[in-house]
Write a protein that binds this ligand. Structure first.
Ligand SMILES: NC(=O)c1ccc[n+]([C@@H]2O[C@H](COP(=O)([O-])OP(=O)(O)OC[C@H]3O[C@@H](n4cnc5c(N)ncnc54)[C@H](O)[C@@H]3O)[C@@H](O)[C@H]2O)c1
Length: 357
């Protein structure tokens, strides 16, 4: 078994590699990543990439056919991974998340890869407050990020067949501890605020609905998708991945955090513009197709683990929304330093600013 994971050096990838190493102890696991967040570690453990057989540093926009030789499964995580990044770097978002994914899938099919797993998102539903969305519900992508996911799903569909299985996993918003933590995710942000300065400041009025999933359960779902039989979903599958019980309003999440971390003050932004992203999602189809792989981690465990994980790294940064745990801050910083080009490629030596001794 040979598995290639693109975008493995991020929040989800760091957890996924651990899971796949446990599930496939003898497999050849390979990662391909530009390494934007390589040094944004949030644990005192080993580099997550140590569990791989090979780490390639490269750009999915220049994927070579050679890398796909003999590969059984591709997991496509590489992305500019949220709405603020999509807003700041729209063209790169469409290039990395959408066009390069379709190109990678075509190359994978040509190379006789059997299983292609795409990390899609429930954000494709945009604003949908009139009941839980199922996979057949109309999509309503409101941002470049969400559009990149919808267009990728659309163009992956005709590539799938009995020998090339494609799984589009529409993940709920992730939460939980990872060796490369992100704090630009709602629950992680709340726990960080509670730990750092005993405050949770909700940027919205707290009413938007947001389904969540623990990052370990995302990794379990990807594991399932890699190996699923064609009888479970057919050659081309789109499925919401999460659990019905994890559909929360943002204010409920804040209250749950305050229960686990006592003495926390919650503030709501009463003047906030209505949040355009609000949706409830049905995860019934996933439960039917993958009964042994439905989410296991509950909300209180997720919060407790985050609290403990932050305490292990002595996290106290009250200004964490300006920190290296926010994806946009890192890319904006690297770009400002001249390390990244406008299109978010690493600048070549000749483009880098001269260092002075
Ligand atoms: N975290 C969530 O809440 C969530 C929810 C739904 C879907 N997803 C999807 O899961 C995937 C992983 O998300 P994440 O939270 O780990 O994001 P992340 O930002 O932590 O990781 C993305 C990784 O992709 C890499 N990358 C970016 N551009 C690349 C390029 N051109 N070539 C090679 N590598 C590149 C980055 O260096 C990074 O390591 C993404 O596709 C994301 O859209 C995430």
């Amino acid at each position: 078994m040979k598995i290639l994971i693109t975008g493995n050096m991020g929040y989800v990838g760091s957890v996924l590699v651990r899971r796949l190493r446990e599930s496939y102890p003898d497999a050849s696991l390979m990662g391909l990543d530009l390494g934007y967040f390589g040094n944004c570690l949030s644990s005192n453990g080993i580099f997550p990439e140590c569990r791989l057989n090979h780490q390639y540093f490269g750009d999915v926009r220049n994927l070579s056919a050679e890398l796909l030789s003999g590969v059984d499964a591709v997991v496509y995580l590489a992305a500019l991974s949220n709405d603020p990044l999509g807003h700041a770097f729209e063209e790169a978002t469409l290039d990395v998340n959408y066009r390069s994914c379709i190109r990678a899938a075509k190359m994978a099919k040509e190379a006789e890869v059997k299983s292609f797993v795409f990390a899609s998102s429930c954000s494709v539903y945009g604003y949908a407050e009139d009941g839980a969305r199922i996979e057949a519900s109309p999509v309503n992508p409101l941002t470049a990020y969400a559009k990149s996911k919808v267009w990728t799903e659309r163009d992956l569909a005709p590539l799938a067949d009995g020998r090339f299985k494609v799984s589009c996993l529409r993940f709920a918003t992730a939460c939980g501890m990872s060796d490369r933590l992100r704090l630009d995710l709602v629950l992680n942000d709340f726990v960080a605020g509670a730990v750092a300065y005993k405050k949770i400041s909700i940027l919205s009025d707290g009413t938007p609905w947001r389904p969540l999933i623990h990052v370990k359960d995302m990794a379990r779902a990807i594991d399932w998708a890699i190996r699923r039989e064609l009888t479970a979903g057919g050659p081309f599958l789109i499925v919401n991945v999460g659990d019905d019980s994890w559909n929360y309003q943002v204010k409920d999440l804040a209250e749950a955090v305050a229960k686990v971390i006592p003495g926390v003050e919650i503030s709501i932004n009463k003047n906030a513009q209505p949040d355009k992203r609000s949706y409830r999602v049905s995860f019934e189809k996933f439960k039917e197709l993958a009964p042994g792989y439905t989410p296991e981690v509950d909300l209180i465990t997720a919060i407790t683990e985050l609290r403990d994980g932050l305490s292990v790294i002595d996290f106290k940064d009250e200004d964490f929304r300006q920190s290296r745990f926010i994806r946009l801050n890192i890319l904006a910083h690297l770009k400002k330093q001249g390390m990244l080009t406008d299109n978010l490629e690493w600048a070549t030596d000749t483009q880098l600013p001269k260092t002075t001794n």
